[in-house]
Design a protein around this ligand. Structure first.
Ligand SMILES: [Zn+2]
Length: 223
């Protein structure tokens, strides 16, 4: 079968092959490496590449694009809420009872309006929860960012700056808690060692359920 890939030339001495989250195969090669050498490297890794491309968990299909039509559902804290388009113009998204509302006239800006709604909710919900987990775990941090992270749910720097992807607020609270405890545990233990998982398990006993939810549904959060 034909294998499509992109070759990026760089100042490096070895050939590196990665399968991106969007299933694109990227080959990073030394500037002077010949076509034959690059092709041979890809061929030798063909089986590994196909395995990566077929792995449904690690590389979930991205969720389809939103259309912003009445009845379309949006996830919030693990629940699906239907959208109702309203008359007039409001310039904002609202969650009213179990339904999202947005003015039909704002459909063109649906992406922007929903993202800013989720971002505001994520900031409001995450900050006190991070503070509570940090206190319980005896971990201190310097700052918290809630923002758009490409293909990551959260990250942590050695200086104790925590970043979380606003998209996680779409997931059930147990998943949010797991991701918070995960990043805070990295302040204590940078690697995914047994000690690391023990710390996570103490503070989020259902962490495996949360991690499985992410593996199976993570793609839904990435519209
Ligand atoms: Zn980690």
């Amino acid at each position: 079968m034909k294998l499509d890939y992109e070759v990026i030339r760089a100042d490096r001495t070895t050939i590196g092959i990665t399968v991106e989250r969007d299933r694109k195969v990227v080959v990073r090669a030394p500037r002077l490496a010949s076509e034959q050498v690059v092709t041979a490297a890809v061929e030798s890794k063909r089986f590994w590449i196909w395995q990566k491309l077929r792995d449904p968990h690690k590389y979930p299909d991205p969720a389809p694009h939103k259309e912003y039509v009445t009845g379309e559902t949006f996830l919030y804290l693990g629940q699906h809420h239907a959208l109702t388009l309203t008359r007039g113009q409001s310039g904002a998204v609202r969650l009213v009872g179990k339904q999202f509302e947005m003015a039909g006239a704002d459909r063109r800006n649906g992406d922007v309006l929903f993202r800013s709604w989720y971002l505001a909710e994520a900031k409001e919900k995450l900050r006190p929860r991070i503070a509570a987990f940090a206190a319980e775990m005896g971990v201190s941090y310097s700052r918290i960012w809630v923002r758009d992270l490409k293909y990551r749910w959260g990250s942590c720097t050695p200086g104790g700056t925590l970043s979380f992807n606003w998209r996680i607020i779409q997931a059930p609270m147990i998943v949010v808690d797991y991701l918070i405890a995960h990043e805070l545990a990295h302040v204590l233990e940078p690697n995914h060692s047994q000690d690391f998982w023990n710390i996570v398990a103490v503070h989020v006993p259902a962490w495996e359920r949360a991690r499985n939810w992410l593996k199976q549904n993570g793609g839904l959060l990435e519209w």
